[in-house]
Write a protein that binds this ligand. Sequence first.
Ligand SMILES: [Zn+2]
Length: 281
Amino acid sequence: MKIIDAHLHFSNRPGFRETAKNISQVEFSAKGLKQEFAQAGIVAGIIMSIPSGDLPIGYPEEFTHEDGTVECLYSCVGVNPVRLKENPGEELSYIESELKKSKVLGIKLYPGYFPYYVYDSLYEPVYELARRYGVPVAIHCGDTQSPKGLLKYSHPLTIDELAVKHEDITFVICHLGIPWVIDGAVVVAKNANVFADLSGLLAGNKEHILKMRNNILYKQYIQQALVLTNRYDKFLYGSDWPLVPMVDYVAFVKELIPEGHYDEVFYKNALKVYSKLQDNL
Ligand SMILES: [Zn+2]
């Protein structure tokens, strides 16, 4: 089965390295990523880039061909609303320069980590870019990894107002808004322009994922949201690697989805949402 991982991370931010070491025990390197892609049958991965102005990000060297093209790795450009406020020209030209690249498939916002609602007028020029370049906007929703995050900004219900305001832009609720998965799924079902990725529903190593695969209550908690809306044409597989080992997370998500919808959830829906992928794959 061909799989697109529509949500993973690969940056030099120390937090990811620590997560890999202490929580998931994956090898956080280009070699490790490549191996996990092969084991799990991942044919393309979309890196959610951290906000600009942070530590440098880049594609792992081992994925880069001599002509500079990168094999099977794509990205969404991360937005820093603080810079957008302080120096809008610079931040917007950075975002636009990224969007001109064929491997940059969309835009990523981090509400909760930053104290701004997604419908704040501050973000309007970013949505204008999304519209102009015809790319989706992926939005962190749900719990934050940092205790300093503010959850009222990252609740999935906030996407409803945004989606109604910008009917011509596609939005992706990342992590289905966990733990508010029913709220996330309802926003997906209600709005034609909203999708959700199933990344980050768990974080941990092989043993932890196995334990949670056997935890009926936890699985049912997620499945309730999926069954309630029955919109398997709108959910995308994603891992949030390095938070989880890929093979194990694929196995977990498979158990949440009816087999007849694997092709959509694990592959086709990502091509539909991140449509620039169609030119690359
Ligand atoms: Zn993530």
